[in-house]
Each structure stands twice: as C-alpha cells, then as structure tokens.
Design a protein around this ligand. Structure first.
Ligand code: ADP
Length: 346
C-alpha cells in the first residue's frame, strides 16, 4: 500500500530509510532522535558530525548502521510557536525534502515519525494532516511505499469530524444489531423492512404453503440444460468491471490506483488477469477510488466473492462514507486506523 499509517517503534521498521525528527545540530537529542541514535550505535553520531548540521525544513542522509534500515534521513521540524510563524510551510518542507532524498537514493520504502509533534509541540492532528497531504502529493508522481509511524494511540487524534460521525454510525448500526436484548424481534423486523429483492422477501400469508421454495423461486436462476452451457455464460469478472468503470468515469488507470492507494504492480496484475481475485480491502479501495454508489460497490465486491455486512465494523465504516459521499481514501483509512480496523488498499 503506497501510504500506510502504522503503530510501531520506528527503530524497528525494516525499510530502506527511516526519517529522524532531528534538531539543527544533528548531534542527537531526546525523543525519536535519541531512540534512533541508541539503536543505530555510535557510528551514526560519527557520520552526523561530518554533516555540519541542518536547517529547519531541510534534510540530510546517513547510513543506518545497526538499524534494520539502510538509511536514516535526518530532517529538522519547526518548533510550534502558535501557527503564525510559517510552521506549516516548514513542516511541509521537511516531508518534501526527506522524500526527495529518499527518491534520489532509490528508496522503495520509507518510514516517517510524526515530525515536530513531541517536544517541538506541533499539534498532532494538524501535523498528521500536513504529513498525509505532502506524502499523498508525492505519491501521485512517484512509486514508493511510505509509512507514517505513530507511537501511541493518542498520536492519531485526527480526522476529527469524520471519525466522530463514523463512531456514531457504528453505534447505531453495529452496536444496536449486536447487543440489543430483543434480538429476535429485531430480526423479524429487519426481514419486514428489507427491500423486495427476492432474497429476503417475507412470505405473504397465502404464500405459506410455498415457504420452503421462496429462495429457490426468486433467487436461483432457472435450471439450465447442462454445466457446459452454464460455464459458457460466466459474468463479467472483477477485473473487467474495474476496467469498465475506469473508462466510464473517464479517469486514467494511474489516477484510479493512486486514489485507491494501491500499488502499481498489483493494479497491473489485476488488469492483466481477468480472473484475478483481489483481497476485500483492495476491492473496497477501488470502489472508493471510483466513487461508486452502494449498489455499484456491492456489485463490484460480489465480482470478487465478497459482500458488505453489518456484522463487520470495517464494512459499516465504508458504508457510512459511501452513503455520505466521502470518498477520501486516506481520511477513511485514518478513521479505520483509529478504530483498530484494517485499512483499505494494498
Ligand atoms: P520533535 O522534536 O520533532 O517534536 P520528538 O522526538 O520529540 O520530535 O517527537 C516526534 C514524534 O515522534 C512524537 O509524536 C513522538 O511520540 C514520536 N516518537 C518518539 N519516539 C518514537 C519512536 N521510537 N518511534 C516512532 N515515533 C516516536
């Protein structure tokens, strides 16, 4: 997945480069800087001494020494002074400079901490927004997997409005369905309410004699002469529907997989193999990227053998976002992350 938010200690990330939230001396400090120097060993400090420091918003690169990564990219975030002192532009510049260096050194995987959000005092939600904006912009033009590594759950207090709405929706839909005392009553009420799509049609009283055949009547296709004939009528596959929808929406393949936060290689695999079955999170990511309606989303998922269910919190989050026209995948992933649910994409 090109952009992923993970909870981890950045010194454990086995990536090509990790980014250090350093200070202007580059000679080590507290927080993530101290942790990186401790894990890398004294040779890191030796190399840092040769760099003559670094200006705020800029970045410099060293080797990773005893760390599991190959490089450390040191960048100096701004100290938060209330937000009116160019902090946002400087923080954005940290991400830009670090990513440019990572690209120059041909890194395929890079991990960032939330720069400036420790002793430098940048508000975490705003810092996360800057990180996501800058990294997303970079990924539109470049192939790389970028991790934002957060240390604690509190670090991810972002996506405030959408998060609160989604939590309220989950309470309505999921909690009600799972913990309501009178479950039986609810179940029959649901059958009553369900759309008349055949599958859940409630029998009329006069139908009683035919009760057992309701599913067969309405949901199953009429029997065909033989299996060969049925196999000759296989429906459009996931891959074919995906490509058709991309054309219908008038977007390019690249726009689609970037919006879906899906790796180009995986997209090509799907594109070149009509029978390819992606994971559910990948299928959903494409539905979001293509801004599909609920009906279209259900259809696309079905092509890959999946369904949306109210027994599953991830599905409820996605349903809420689609019903409310929120197709910002990164924002949706932030909400999923905060809820400890699986993000979309690959
Ligand atoms: P700054 O001086 O730029 O504010 P800090 O190191 O004080 O840098 O904090 C930056 C962020 O890094 C904080 O959100 C902090 O929680 C986080 N952090 C601290 N240690 C680690 C670690 N080992 N891995 C990932 N993140 C960390």
């Amino acid at each position: 997945m090109p952009l992923e938010i993970v909870r981890n200690d950045i010194t454990r990330m086995a990536v090509d480069a990790i980014v250090n939230a350093a200070n202007e001396t580059l000679l080590g400090g507290g927080g993530v800087d101290g942790a990186i120097h401790r894990a890398a060993g004294p040779r890191l400090l030796e190399e840092c001494r040769t760099l003559n420091g670094c200006e705020t918003g800029q970045a410099k690169i060293t080797r990773g020494y005893d760390l599991p990564c190959q490089y450390v990219i040191h960048t100096v975030g701004p100290v938060w002074k209330g937000g009116e002192h160019g902090e946002r532009a400087l923080l954005a510049s940290c991400y830009k400079s670090a990513l440019a260096l990572a690209k120059e050194y041909r890194c395929e995987t890079v991990a960032f901490p939330l720069i400036s959000t420790g002793v430098y005092g940048y508000p975490k939600a705003e810092a996360m927004q800057v990180a996501v904006d800058e990294i997303s912009r970079f990924l539109l033009e470049n192939d790389m997997t970028v991790y934002i590594v957060v240390f604690t759950r509190e670090s991810v207090d972002m996506a405030g409005k959408l998060f609160k709405e989604v939590v309220a929706y989950i309470d309505d839909v999921y909690v009600a369905e799972h913990y309501e005392a009178d479950r039986e009553a609810r179940r029959s009420a649901r059958v009553d309410r369900a759309p008349a799509n055949g599958l859940f049609r409630r029998p009329h009283r006069e139908d009683t004699a035919r009760n057992e055949t309701i599913f067969a009547d309405s949901a199953m296709p009429a029997p065909r002469a033989n299996l060969d004939e049925m196999l000759a009528h296989v429906d459009e596959s996931f891959s074919q529907m995906l490509l058709r929808k991309i054309d219908e929406k008038g977007i390019t393949d690249a726009e689609c997989y970037k919006r879906a936060n899906v790796d180009r290689r995986l997209f090509n695999k799907i594109k070149n193999n009509p029978a390819y079955r992606p994971g559910k999170q990948t299928a959903l990511a494409f539905a979001i990227a293509l801004q599909l309606s609920m009906r279209e989303t259900t259809e696309l998922l079905m092509k890959a053998g999946y369904a949306l269910s109210h027994s599953n919190k991830e599905d409820i989050v996605i349903e809420y976002c689609i019903l409310n026209g929120n197709y910002d995948l990164i924002e949706i992933n932030q909400v999923l992350f905060r809820l400890d649910l699986q993000p979309l994409g690959y």
